[in-house]
Design a protein around this ligand. Structure first.
Ligand SMILES: NC(=O)C1=CN([C@@H]2O[C@H](COP(=O)(O)OP(=O)(O)OC[C@H]3O[C@@H](n4cnc5c(N)ncnc54)[C@H](O)[C@@H]3O)[C@@H](O)[C@H]2O)C=CC1
Ligand SMILES: CC(=O)C(=O)O
Ligand SMILES: [Mg+2]
Length: 596
C-alpha cells in the first residue's frame, strides 16, 4: 500500500507514481523507495540530494546483485527469511524483483516451509508490523482498523485472513499467524502478478490455545484461550460485513482455519461474496491437477480408482470432495464415487457407527460399520501428543480404544488395495515401508502423495517411496523436494502445494471481478495446472516446476477468468481474456516518481 502522500497514475508502461512526500519520507516509504536508482531529476525534485550516495544505479541490476549477496550470506534459512522481509520494508520493488528472479531458491524461504519456523518465532523476530490485526475483543472496531490501512474502496483487490488455528501442520499460533497471510500474499504477487499495493494481510485474533504462546512474555496477541461458538461466528460475520463495505470489489481468501470453522465459514459466504478457502479448495484443486496427470500416466480409469486419505481434516476432505466430483464427471454415481474413498484419522478408519463423534463434513464418507466388521483392529491407547488439537477425533479414538481398538491405515491398505494414497495427517513417517510395499504389490503404478507441511511432517519422503516401489510410484509432495536418482532414472518431484494454484485462481477471479468463486472455476484451475506438465517420460514431474510459476499462474488465471465469463458471473466483461490477464499483472520494475 502506498502512503497517503502518493498515488499511481497511468497503466502499463505509462504507469507513474505521484507524491507530495519529500526527502527522508520518500526513502522511508518502501512502496516509493528506489534507493540508488532514483534518477538525478527525481533526486532534485524529491529533495533527495545528499540523502543518497552519489552513484546512480542503472535501474535494478546492481541492487539485485548486492541484495543476492547479502541474502546468501545469511547463515540460516530463518535469517534469510528475516533478511527478505527487511528488504521488503525498505523497497518493495526490489524485494519482488529478487524473489521472482530466484523463485526456486527463495520461495521455500519466504513461504513454505520456512514461514512455519518464522511463525513459531514471530514474537521474537517481528520488526515492522504489516497488515491489519483484528481482535475478537473489539468487534466494533473492525471497520476503524481496516480503514486505518489508509485505502479507499477501489484500492484493494484481495484480503487474505487467517485465525491461525491450524497453521500448515504446526497447529495454533494465535496472532503470529499474520505471517501466513503475509507469506500467501507474497506468493500471489511473485506467482501471478497481483499488485502488492492492492492487498491486505489480516489476522483474526480470537485468542490461542497454545500454552507456549500464552506463557511467552513477548507474545504479540491477546493472551486468552480461543473464543468459540456464537461470539466467534459473529466476529467472522462482522469482518466480512466490514470488508465488503469498505472494499466492495475485493476477494476474501481464508487460510489455515481449524477444520470445522473452515467449512462453516465457506458454506456461509461462498455464494454471497467472491471467496475461497485455500486449504480446502486450493489444496483439493492442486491435488486433483496432479492426479489428472497421475491417473493418465498410470493408464487406468477414474472410475476404477480406490482412494485412501490419511488425515480427514480441512485439506483431506477438501481433496476427497474434488476426487469424488472427478469420478462423477467420469460417469460414476455420487454415491458410488463417495464409496470409493476411505478416510482414516485418529480413530482409524471412519465408520458410520461413529456417527455422533464425526464432523459433519466427514459423515458422508464414513464406511458402513457392518462392511468392516471382520477387519482386524489394533490397540489404540497410545494417543499422539498433539491429540488436543482435534478433540472430536481424539474422543472417538479413546472410545475405540475401549471398544476393541482401531482399524489402522495398514489394515485399510491391506483390505482396500488402494490405487491412490494421500497424506494430510500432519504426522511424519506414517506411510511405512511395509504399508507402501503392500500397496505396491497390488497396483502397477501406485499414486502416493504425502502432503503434510512443513517438510519434516511429510508421511514419507519421495526417495523412500521411489525405493520401496522400485521406481513405480507416481509421487507429489506438499513441500519442495530435490530430484531423486534411482536405478539411473532422475525423478523430478512435483510440488502439490496450493501455491501452484491459488495465485492463478485468485487472480483470475480478481481480473474477471467474479461475483463468487464457482466449483467450475476451481476445476478449470486444476485442469489448467495439469495442462502445464504433460511430459510422461520416466521420472517426469506430475506438476509444472515452481520455476515456471509465473507462466503457470497466467494459464490458470486465464482459464478461471474465462470460466467466470462463460458462467456469467464475471462482472468485468472483456473480449480478450489473455490480454485482460496480461495487462492486469504487476511487475517489479521501477516507475517514474513525480513530485507534486
Ligand atoms: N500441500 C498442500 O498444499 C497443503 C498441505 N496441507 C497440509 O495438510 C496437513 C493437514 O492440514 P489441515 O487439513 O489444514 O489440518 P486439519 O487440522 O484440518 O486436519 C488434520 C487431520 O489430521 C488428523 N490427524 C492428526 N494426527 C493424526 C494421525 N496420527 N493419524 C491420522 N490422522 C491424524 C487430525 O485428527 C485432523 O483430522 C498439514 O500438515 C498441512 O500443512 C494443508 C493444506 C495444503
Ligand atoms: C500449503 C498450505 O496451505 C498448508 O500447508 O496449510
Ligand atoms: Mg494453508
Amino acid at each position: 500500500m502506498f502512503s497517503r502522500q502518493a498515488k499511481i497514475t497511468g497503466i502499463g508502461c505509462s504507469r507513474k507514481i505521484e507524491t507530495s512526500a519529500r526527502g527522508c519520507d520518500v526513502l522511508r516509504d518502501p512502496a516509493l523507495n528506489k534507493g540508488s536508482a532514483f534518477t538525478q531529476e527525481e533526486r532534485n525534485s524529491l529533495g533527495l540530494n545528499g540523502l543518497l550516495p552519489p552513484v546512480i544505479s542503472n535501474e535494478l541490476e546492481p541492487q539485485l546483485t548486492r541484495a543476492l549477496t547479502a541474502y546468501r550470506k545469511a547463515p540460516t534459512d530463518l535469517d534469510k527469511h528475516i533478511y527478505m522481509w527487511r528488504l521488503h520494508d525498505n523497497n518493495v520493488t526490489l524485494f519482488y524483483a529478487l524473489l521472482q528472479r530466484h523463485l526456486m531458491e527463495m520461495l521455500p524461504v519466504v513461504y513454505d516451509p520456512v514461514v512455519g519456523e518464522a511463525i513459531e518465532q514471530y514474537s521474537e523476530i517481528i520488526t515492522r508490523p504489516r497488515g491489519v490485526f483484528l481482535s475478537i475483543n473489539e468487534p466494533d472496531e473492525i471497520e476503524e482498523k481496516l480503514s486505518a490501512f489508509g485505502a479507499s474502496a477501489d484500492d484493494i483487490d484481495l484480503l487474505v485472513a487467517s485465525d491461525a488455528e491450524e497453521i500448515l501442520g504446526i497447529g495454533d499460533w494465535g496472532a503470529n499467524g499474520i505471517d501466513i497471510s503475509i507469506g500467501k500474499l507474497a506468493v500471489y504477487t511473485a506467482a501471478a502478478g497481483v499488485d502488492p499495493h492492492r492487498v491486505i494481510p489480516i489476522v483474526l485474533d480470537v485468542g490461542t490455545n497454545n500454552q507456549k504462546l500464552l506463557n511467552d512474555p513477548l507474545y504479540i496477541g491477546y493472551r486468552h484461550s480461543r473464543v468459540v461458538g456464537e461470539v466467534y461466528d459473529n466476529f467472522i460475520d462482522a469482518y466480512v460485513r466490514a470488508a465488503k463495505k469498505l472494499f466492495p470489489r475485493a476477494m476474501l481468501h481464508w487460510e489455515d482455519f481449524g477444520s470445522t470453522n473452515a467449512r462453516r465459514i465457506l458454506s456461509r459466504f461462498r455464494d454471497k461474496v467472491p471467496t475461497f478457502n485455500d486449504d480446502m479448495q486450493g489444496t483439493g484443486a492442486i491435488v486433483l491437477g496432479a492426479l489428472l496427470n497421475a491417473v493418465r500416466r498410470s493408464d487406468t480409469l477414474w472410475s476404477d480408482q480406490r482412494v485412501v486419505i490419511l488425515g480427514a481434516g480441512t485439506a483431506g476432505v477438501g481433496i476427497a470432495d474434488q476426487i469424488r466430483d472427478q469420478m462423477v464427471r467420469h460417469g460414476v454415481s455420487q454415491d458410488e464415487a463417495t464409496r470409493r474413498i476411505w478416510l482414516v484419522d485418529l480413530p482409524g478408519l471412519l465408520t458410520d457407527d461413529m456417527k455422533h463423534g464425526l464432523l459433519d463434513f466427514q459423515v458422508s464418507y464414513a464406511r458402513p460399520a457392518a462392511e468392516v466388521q471382520a477387519w482386524s483392529r489394533v490397540s489404540a491407547d497410545m494417543l499422539p501428543a498433539t491429540q488436543t488439537r482435534w478433540p472430536a477425533m481424539a474422543a472417538l479414538r479413546s472410545e475405540k480404544a475401549q471398544n476393541g481398538g482401531v482399524i489402522d491405515l495398514a489394515e485399510v491398505v491391506k483390505k482396500v488395495r488402494p490405487t491412490i494414497l494421500i497424506g494430510t495427517s500432519t504426522t511424519p513417517h506414517l506411510f511405512t515401508e511395509e504399508l507402501v510395499k503392500d500397496m505396491a504389490s497390488h497396483v502397477e503404478r501406485p499414486i502416493i502423495f504425502p502432503l503434510s507441511n512443513p517438510t519434516n511432517l511429510h508421511e514419507a519422503t519421495p526417495a523412500q517411496l521411489i525405493e520401496w516401489t522400485d521406481g513405480r510410484v507416481l509421487v507429489a509432495t506438499g513441500a519442495p523436494f530435490e530430484n531423486v536418482t534411482f536405478k539411473g532414472v532422475s525423478y523430478t518431484i512435483g510440488q502439490a502445494n496450493n501455491a501452484a494454484l491459488y495465485p492463478g485462481l485468485g487472480f483470475g477471479a480478481i481480473v474477471s471481478r467474479a461475483s463468487h468463486v464457482s466449483d467450475e472455476m476451481i476445476f478449470a484451475a486444476a485442469q489448467a495446472v495439469a495442462s502445464q506438465a504433460t511430459d510422461a517420460t520416466p521420472g517426469a514431474a506430475l506438476l509444472p516446476s515452481n520455476a515456471d510459476l509465473r507462466a503457470t499462474s497466467s494459464v490458470v488465471a486465464v482459464a478461471v477468468a474465462s470460466k467466470a465469463q462463460e458462467q456469467n458471473i464475471a462482472q468485468e466483461k472483456f473480449t480478450d481474456v489473455i490480454e485482460a490477464v496480461n495487462s492486469a499483472q504487476w511487475w517489479p520494475i521501477y516507475q517514474p516518481v513525480i513530485a507534486i
